[in-house]
Design a binder for this molecule. Structure first.
Ligand code: WT7
Length: 650
């Protein structure tokens, strides 16, 4: 259903709080306002200069080949090695002693990995892959916890031109098997297990199950992390037996700018996951540039931490490739935010003096729920920039993040992008933009995003519609692995000549963009289009609400009725009147049309492992249907707790 121009409610646009950049940050920012003009005047020239921040073995001949849309080729004829750019060149420039990762294990063990260490470890791992018979172009599935061997394995693949396919360590054997099969992986790299919620969490049995009927897999390389018992099969090789005895030098050969770098699966709405394919030159150019621009990274002084898992694209682009290409010092943390206590993340920020922190709205709302007193116990004064990614950030969550984590001095950058876009596309620039809570603001320099109506025409300021990208960008997906037609159908068929990411958006009177979530999540109530994000934001703006998920349930009278699932903040009591209080609050904030038909107070919300609310399941509950597939849920028992709350649900 389309967010409609006139009918869409304007709640978010009434958000009037504004946060200008701190003057010192603005004066010294890596990227200033002129970058927009520079890129508008010569878009390809702008990306050439961004590519020049990397080290190329051979310069490209053509910046962009768009002769066969939608199949883009960037920096055609150019050659580079991604691992050399992320590791060796920093060592060669005399920065070998600089820390690349302050790694923190969940039980409290730590490792400091300098760029020189990384060069030796990646070289050894690359030599080991070669000994196992892995060749350029072969696919390597990686199923690992958040330990240093994970980025090392990815960089070793990149170094020799093998294509990695990282599968998030929380996925099931079925999910792993289908990804191994789709990519026809020759090797799997894994670990005995990792630490989660205070306990060793085994990974190897899942790999055994998936590999048992995966004939393409020749070997399984196993890191010992937890020391738990492992049943070895004849395909298994211990990392410490094979990698440790390799030479710690390896000459990185250049690869073509359009050689594949990795496949990463995104589930989408249909059953079969899509293998998103990224290549080397354009991808590295955009992730390095955006990391430099959006986080204003000063590699000599900043300590950067992105709390995502490397199993998601956020971790690929902003824990591994972007930060390393820029020579950053990063924190990498293995475990969960509440182990052994709910202040763990703030303790880490205090300990390593983190200055740039990047996380997701779902995490921020969880911390709001846990209470303001927890972060207040820690010294967070090292922070200077905060980032958000993954879903629209509600204005209340933005303001809480800014105040309680950022000490009311750090700009919040709300970064919109996707697995498919490879890098950040729409975001404030911390030294330029006047922050608006809930707005992702403008396309970055060099990106031409727009909001269009049903017919593909640009909407005026004040209008709403579909987000599109008009021109190819360097880090864009090149195709869906093995399925060019699906690539065309999924992204390039809704609007002629434009990329359609599937998100709704509004453009405010200043021309700034507000993302409204997936267009499938727009409700039609009595002829009005209402986005779930807007009603959720209205609910979260009530002092007693920590989190809310809203769905449209079929309603004989109104078409769809709004059903809201809410989690109350720590301290707030569930009472009979709360539902009425919240319904009235939404009516006051958004208008009576958006008043939820039903409000349910629940203990948890169903989320995917990447933290996205599974509204599909809530719709099943609200419409009193049998639940659909729950296999990608973090915790499927949540659905029983929710169903108990709904009087009519079975
Ligand atoms: C979808 C992509 C990009 C890394 C993590 C998610 C939503 C992402 C924002 C944001 C509003 C956002 C979109 C997008 N999304 N960031 N800042 N504001 N929505 O990657 O799993 O590929 O999901 O996440 O709906 O299409 P992903």
């Amino acid at each position: 259903m389309a967010p409609d121009n006139k009918e869409t409610l304007s709640n978010l646009l009434q958000e009037s709080r504004r946060f200008p950049p701190p003057p010192e940050l603005a004066a010294d920012a890596n990227v200033k306002a002129d970058a927009y003009d520079e890129a508008a005047a010569d878009r390809l020239g702008f990306w050439e200069r961004a590519a020049d921040r990397l080290s190329w073995a051979q310069r490209w001949e053509t910046t962009l080949d768009w002769s066969n849309p939608p199949f883009a080729k960037w920096f055609v004829g150019g050659k580079l090695n991604v691992a050399y750019n992320c590791v060796d060149r920093h060592v060669e420039a005399g920065r070998g002693d600089k820390v690349a990762y302050h790694w923190e294990g969940e039980p409290g063990d730590t490792r400091e990995i300098t760029y020189a260490d990384l060069q030796r470890e990646v070289s050894k791992a690359a030599n080991a892959l070669i000994e196992l018979g892995v060749e350029k172009g072969d696919r390597v599935a990686i199923y690992m916890p958040m330990i240093p061997e994970l980025p090392i394995a990815m960089l070793a693949c990149a170094r020799i031109g093998a294509v990695h396919s990282v599968v998030f360590g929380g996925f099931s054997a079925d999910a792993l098997r289908s990804r191994i099969h789709d990519g026809q992986a020759k090797l799997v790299i894994t670990a005995d297990g990792g630490y989660r919620r205070g306990n060793p969490n085994a990974l190897k049995p899942t790999v055994d199950e998936a590999v048992a009927d995966s004939p393409t897999v020749e070997k399984v390389l196993v890191v010992r992390r937890t020391g738990q018992d492992v049943a070895l099969t004849d395909k298994d090789v211990w990392w410490h037996d094979l990698v440790d005895r390799q030479s710690d030098t390896h000459e990185a050969r250049p690869h073509d700018a359009e050689d594949p770098l990795y496949i990463l699966y995104t589930s989408g709405t249909t059953a079969k996951p899509k293998g998103i394919l990224h290549t080397t030159g354009g991808y590295l150019t955009q992730v390095a540039y955006t990391h430099h621009a959006v986080f204003d990274l000063k590699p000599e002084t900043d300590v950067y931490w992105c709390s995502a898992d490397i199993g998601w694209v956020t971790g690929h682009s902003y824990i591994v490739y972007g930060p390393l290409a820029n020579g950053a010092t990063s924190v990498m943390y293995e475990g969960t935010p509440d182990t052994p206590h709910r202040g763990r993340w703030w303790e880490i920020i205090q300990k390593y003096k983190v200055s740039i922190f990047y996380t997701a709205p779902t995490a921020i709302r969880t911390f709001m729920k846990w209470g303001d007193d927890i972060p207040a116990k820690y010294d967070l004064s090292s922070l200077r920039i905060l980032g958000s990614v993954g879903e629209p950030i509600n204005p209340e969550a933005y303001v809480w993040y800014r105040e309680h984590i950022g000490g009311d001095r750090c700009p919040v950058v709300d970064t919109w992008w996707q697995t498919e876009t490879g890098g950040i596309m729409i975001s404030p620039l911390p030294g330029v933009s006047e922050g608006k809570p809930g707005a992702a603001m403008r396309p970055l320099p060099g990106i031409t995003a727009d909001v269009v109506d049903d017919q593909g025409h640009s909407v005026p300021n004040g209008g709403g519609g579909f987000l599109v990208v008009r021109d190819p960008w360097p880090a864009m997906l090149r195709t869906i692995w093995g399925d060019d037609q699906r690539f065309i159908d999924t992204y390039w068929s809704r609007f002629e000549g434009m990329y359609f990411p599937g998100d709704g958006a509004k453009r405010d009177e200043d021309g700034d963009l507000w993302l409204l979530g997936r267009v499938d999540d727009v409700m039609l109530v009595s002829g009005h289009n209402i986005s779930t994000t807007e009603v959720e934001s209205a609910l979260v703006s009530h002092p007693k609400v920590a989190e809310a998920a809203v769905v449209g349930a079929t309603d004989p009278v109104t078409g769809q009725g709004i059903v809201a699932f809410t989690i109350l903040r720590g301290g707030a009591e569930e009472s009979e009147d709360i539902a009425k209080e919240l319904r009235d609050h939404v009516a006051r904030t958004l208008g009576p049309i958006a008043k939820p038909r039903q409000i349910l107070v629940v203990p948890e919300l169903p989320k995917t492992r990447s933290g996205k609310i599974m509204r599909r399941l809530l719709r099943d509950v609200a419409e009193n249907r049998q639940l659909g597939d729950v296999t990608t849920l973090t915790d499927s028992s949540v659905m029983n707790l929710i169903a108990e709350k709904l009087p009519s649900a079975k």
